[in-house]
Design a protein around this ligand. Structure first.
Ligand code: FES
Length: 183
């Protein structure tokens, strides 16, 4: 496993290691703003730029942000994990969105979420170890009449009950086995 923080307190070595983990536009942005702005919105901008570049954050990248922007790692990690739209790991082959809009919420979206968490063994923002599913939360997906709904990629399922979840997931798992994980 690689770590952004090398085993040294030599700043030049730490910096050289950290630079490897961030794209140039983020390095330029940190450099241009580090002396003037350490607010949370500044940190969120940095994390957005990293996610836009790579598709997800990682421990190494968070470490690099902490060192280069001189923001405590606990704060960087706290912000990255607090907001659902930041991902710490790559997205899976299928993206499951649980609608948390009002209509779905009152019709039991929380129970559906819990069932997905139990079945997949992951939390929101995480991806299963086999890379097949990423679990995310969405606002109203525009099909309130079917509440509660989940979306898997572009496909809407609703109304769903906790008992439906295993059956729906099974369909994708079987497809993956049949396709040898391709396509
Ligand atoms: S609230 Fe879930 S589809 Fe509208």
């Amino acid at each position: 496993m690689s770590h952004a923080v090398v085993n040294t307190d030599n700043w030049e070595e730490v910096k050289a290691e950290c630079i490897k983990h961030l794209p140039q536009d983020v390095l330029d942005y940190i450099e241009a703003t580090k002396d003037e702005d350490r607010s949370e919105s500044h940190l969120i901008s940095i994390l957005h730029k990293i996610q836009a570049h790579y598709g997800h954050l990682s421990k190494e990248r968070l470490n690099a942000v902490s060192q280069l922007a001189r923001i405590p790692l606990t704060k960087v990690t706290g912000v990255a994990t607090f907001y659902h739209y930041f991902r710490l790991t790559p997205r899976g082959k299928h993206i499951i969105n649980v609608c948390m809009g009002t209509a779905c919420y009152v019709k039991g979206a929380e129970k559906i979420s819990q069932k997905l968490i139990d079945e997949l063994g992951i939390h929101f923002g995480e991806t299963t170890k086999d890379g097949l599913f990423t679990l995310e939360a969405a606002r109203c997906v525009g099909t309130c009449g079917l509440a509660p709904v989940i979306m898997i990629d572009e496909q809407v399922y609703g109304p769903v009950t906790p008992n439906d979840i295993a059956i729906i997931l099974d369909k994708y798992t079987k497809q993956a086995i049949k396709g040898g994980g391709k396509g």
